[in-house]
Write a protein that binds this ligand. Sequence first.
Ligand SMILES: [Zn+2]
Length: 411
Amino acid sequence: MQRNSYRIVSYKVKHGYDISEFLSSYRYLLQRAIDIIWDNIEWKKKRNRLIPIIPKSKDFKRTLRNQLLKDWNYASHYADSAIKTAYSILNSWRRNYIKGKRSKNKPVVKRKFVRVKETLYRFRESKIIITIKPRQFYLEFDLSKTWFRKRVEGYDLGELILKEDELIITFKKPVDNTPSKKKIAWDLNLLSMDGFCDKGWIRVDLKQLYTLHITYENLRRKIQSLSKTKPKTDKRLMQKYSKRYRNRVKDFLHKLTTKIANELKDYEHGFENLEKQGMFTKRKTHNRVISKQNWKQIIQLMSYKANIRLLNPYNSTKTCPRCGGRMKRRKGQVLECGKCRLIINRQLNASINLYLRMWGFPPSMKVWLELIEPILRRSGVTLKGDETDDLLPMNPEGVEVDVSQSGPLNP
Ligand SMILES: [Zn+2]
């Protein structure tokens, strides 16, 4: 999200066109391009290794294009697409070869796919028309009936990837990169999402989501125990229920993230980087698998709907946000700092630490007094660290829920 100024999303559309011959010819064309470039690589000796220099001059590329077009029967722009793809395949091979991850063997194209450049399609009135052979062979895709049409409103069409039975469509939308003045940091848990921002502690209930998972698990076990007597019924039942379950989870998460994105407009949403988090966790319990799966989906969906940022989760649950000391576990969800004696709810503690990371402040008494404490006071959060049960309801049906209220201590 931060790397470039576009937000890119992609969707698949199934198709029934018979393009097997075209895709085979294209794969052959792409392989030819790789072969020709490969044969012209210059190998330079450096210490004990041979370093490849890939030819890139304009003259070389022009000759390459002419060679490729000799017995190519489809639109000539596909030769340019093949050249571009061949270079990206070879460049990535070269990078890995230099790192010692690949051998000195020519890459071979196995999959059948075509990158369709912008010169090879038109997009008008929600229809994509791809030229295969000018004036003879076109493919048409009507996006007005697709389920994702609403989600890509305001997006530009990007690259298309054509495969034997589907078209992958990428959309891009310019992203406002000016840093957001409002930030919210989310600590994701199995039963709740705990956010901290200028409005205070925001708690979103995920119990319903958890119940969905558990109900499905139980159902699955029950069906499996029946499977010895009626294996066919079992398979059909499983398919039916797992589809229903996936849809209900998807539906819940969609409504949840839309709600959060709308209630907290203009906010930058900070989430723990799950990739990094994996390094610090040892146990892999069932609940952990469930929550990781939830978080992944929540972060992904939020990235479509808001500005998000991934944060380093290291020690966010164990550090005192007031003095940087080490937190100790007390009863239930309560933590106490071993140094300054701050007593605080575990989830609130984690979200405040993440919030500080979003602003780039290490924990300190000064920042605590000037930034954090006024927010807590303003929003009415008292720091006894007690466990509260009155989480904000998050109805999957999505009516009358206001996640922008402050924390559970101030309903
Ligand atoms: Zn402390």
